[in-house]
Design a protein around this ligand. Structure first.
Ligand code: HEC
Length: 117
């Protein structure tokens, strides 16, 4: 009986621990994404919640909400640039971005570019 109780408590504690770890992990990914976006001048043309030259990251997240190939499509589009999805104004190519950076940026954009706090 005591064994069962202790087992349960351990389980709850480790579950809480895992939930805590997850949010720390998520927020550090968000801040990495924000740094990459700043360093590559993305935020000169894209704001989180309003159109500047390009669509806001929240609009982009909404547009691709149910699109399972969005991740691959957008990584490619960001790297190569191009026009036609949102209008006639093209996005310039961003060839300096590595695949690892794109793998942080794109999921962040697809979540509507959350900031940490
Ligand atoms: C000079 C302005 C400019 C810069 C800098 C810029 N973008 Fe864009 N971006 C645009 C425009 C304009 C569009 C709309 C293109 C279209 O209609 O196909 C766009 C579209 C996008 C889209 C949606 C693409 C689609 O086809 O739906 C994403 C995602 C995106 N940009 C991410 C980024 C990221 C990340 C960076 C930084 C590495 C960046 N942009 C830098 C202007 C810019």
């Amino acid at each position: 009986m005591i064994g069962v109780l202790m087992g349960k408590r351990k389980f709850i504690l480790s579950a809480l621990f895992l939930v805590g770890m997850h949010s720390v992990q998520a927020s550090s990914e968000n801040s990495k994404a924000l740094v990459i976006a700043k360093e590559n001048s993305c935020l000169g043309c894209h704001a989180i919640n309003k159109k500047i030259v390009g669509p806001s990251y929240q609009e982009i997240a909404t547009k691709y909400k149910n699109n399972s190939s969005a991740n691959t499509f957008l990584k490619n589009k960001i790297q190569k640039g191009g026009a036609g999805t949102w209008g006639l104004v093209p996005m310039p190519a961003n060839t300096r971005l590595t695949d690892a950076e794109l793998s942080i940026l794109v999921p962040w954009i697809l979540q509507g570019a959350p900031s940490n706090n």
